[in-house]
Design a protein around this ligand. Structure first.
Ligand code: BES
Ligand code: MN
Ligand code: ZN
Length: 514
């Protein structure tokens, strides 16, 4: 789909369908009022007839019968004005775009003149970004493996934003471009997560990162192979990989958009391309969803794609330990004790708590960069899903300022986070009798004991852990996130990095790896 911003007036614009918006219980405003007036009251009629109230995401389709150049009007409800936010705007634009696709139309026109709305959420750039994001994200379909009746796959080709106010035009054009970049990065992450384990192997993930580095500015990639990891002593990661014939990869993606002296921000993403549980094998029901256990890694690669395309002035390193967790003949076993890259030893209670093991070595590796912050993202625990549900990211960490920044980015993007505590009590639960730590603290507080485990490998760097086990894979459609892979984390990271100000953060840290 192509997004076009055209200098024109919606009432005079020719299209198959024009999309406008209406708040429940308010007068028509913005482009809705404009189309209503120029068509002699087509929208007011529908409202007066009681067929359309403007309830959130309610949709009405109106034929204009030549009264104005557009063939149809779609009017979308925005709900009560007092309850409105950008998240609802994303959903409203997504709903409109999905409706246009259902009608089998190839394109639609709209306007960013949403009447009072622009005043409510203030910035035209943020409104436009949310709108374009809603359209892209809501229209996503995973069709890579469909070969039969491909002609039945409906796709919108053109989305036109019409604007005749000279000063607004450039703001809209630039915000639409940003939103498209971010959305394409989310698409990329969703595609990676949806691609099954037989195709999205650790090597395939590494190849995706390599391709990114080839096609993007200021991006460098390095992939550590198994012999190299062995040499470094990444034994926790290698233990998980031992049950599989697919060789593990450790992916390092560096984006340098900041000054040389600016420290790196390290993003660490779990890249478990298929999690069977290993010897502590999972029940077979829903096991196929464990192809999504690399969603953290996909989010990190997607975020780096977007920040490079946006040319953000930051230095970011993405670290993705990628492996399968299978119960092969050489698999690691309960009772095993591993010597991690940090030197700390880990007793294995269950081979299904593998994410924290591969992350342990990756977090230790992150220390080589002396980063200004470390943020890891992982489909880490079922316990997090039990605690918070499917639409929230579990957040734990050691640094309040960093948590505050993540929270701000979460609120801005709708990729919401909720903090869980990391009190000393939880650290007690992962002490081992025979090694330094054990890889499971039991059922109680499972999301937190997993984070407590990770904290042992972080060093003194400001650190936040994001558990995306809930939101990474959705079983039901959400307003602008079709069911399946959500791409969660990409938008959160990009927003966080857009807001990052290196001057406030750096205490003249050296950015070079040792
Ligand atoms: N990848 C899973 C966590 C997961 C569960 C993600 C459901 C998405 C949906 C992780 O590796 C895992 O198996 N965790 C175990 C840990 C336990 C054995 C301590 C879990 O949550 O059951
Ligand atoms: Mn597991
Ligand atoms: Zn896992």
């Amino acid at each position: 789909m192509e997004v076009l911003v055209k200098k024109a007036n919606l009432a005079e614009f020719t299209s198959e369908v024009s999309v406008v918006f209406h708040f429940e219980g308010e007068e028509l405003g913005g482009a809705a009022e404009l189309l209503d007036r120029s068509s002699g009251g087509l929208i007011s009629d529908v409202i007066a007839g009681g067929d359309f109230e403007g309830k959130l995401f309610q949709i009405s389709l109106i034929y204009t019968r030549g009264l104005i150049p557009t063939v149809r009007i779609i009017v979308v409800g925005l709900g009560k004005k007092a309850d409105f936010n950008l998240e609802k705007l994303r959903g409203a634009f997504s709903g409109a775009a999905q409706q246009v696709r259902k009608l089998n139309l190839k394109g639609f026109a709209t306007s960013m003149d949403l009447g009072d709305l622009t005043a409510i959420v203030q910035h035209l750039d943020r409104v436009t970004e949310a709108a374009v994001e809603g359209v892209f994200l809501g229209l996503y379909q995973f069709t890579l493996f469909k070969t039969v009746e491909r002609d039945k796959i409906r796709e919108i080709e053109e989305f036109v934003i019409v604007e005749d106010r000279e000063d607004a035009w450039e703001v809209i054009r630039s915000a639409a471009e940003t939103a498209e970049i971010i959305s394409r990065a989310v698409y990329f992450a969703r595609d990676l997560v949806s691609t099954p384990g037989n195709e999205m192997t650790p090597a395939a993930m590494a190849a995706k990162a390599e391709e990114l580095a080839m096609t993007r500015r200021n991006v460098r990639v390095e992939v550590l192979d198994v012999p190299k990891m062995r040499e470094l002593g990444m034994n926790a990661l290698l233990a998980v990989a031992r049950g599989s014939d697919e060789p593990a990869s450790f992916i390092i993606l560096e984006y340098r958009g900041g000054r040389d002296a600016d420290p790196f921000i390290a993003l660490v993403g779990k890249g478990l391309t298929f999690d069977s549980g290993g010897i502590s094998i999972k029940p077979s029901e829903k096991m196929e969803e464990m192809k999504s256990d690399m969603a953290g890694g996909a989010a990190v690669i997607g975020a780096i794609m977007a920040v490079s395309d946006m040319n953000l002035p930051v230095n970011v390193v993405g670290l993705i330990p990628a492996t399968e967790n299978l119960p092969g003949g050489n698999a690691y076993k309960p009772g095993d004790i591993l010597r991690s890259l940090s030197g700390k030893t880990i007793e294995i209670l269950t081979t299904d708590a593998e994410g924290r093991l591969i992350l342990a070595d990756a977090l230790t590796y992150a220390g080589k960069y002396k980063p200004a912050a470390i943020i890891d993202i992982a489909t880490l625990t079922g316990a997090c899903v039990v605690a918070l549900g499917n639409h929230v990211i579990g957040m734990m960490g050691t640094d309040d300022r960093l948590k505050g920044k993540i929270r701000a980015a979460a609120d801005a993007t709708g990729e919401r986070v909720w903090e869980m505590p990391l009190w000393d009590d939880y650290h007690e639960l992962i002490k081992s009798d025979v090694a330094d730590y054990k890889n499971s603290g039991g059922r109680a507080g499972g999301a937190i004991t997993a984070a407590a485990f990770l904290s042992k490998f972080v060093g003194d760097y400001p650190w936040v852990h994001l558990d995306i086990a809930g939101p990474a894979w959705l079983e039901k459609d959400r307003p602008y996130i079709p069911k399946g892979a959500s791409g969660v984390g990409v938008r959160l990271f990009v927003q966080f990095l857009r807001d990052w100000r290196p001057d406030q953060e750096s205490e003249s840290r050296n950015q070079n790896p040792e």
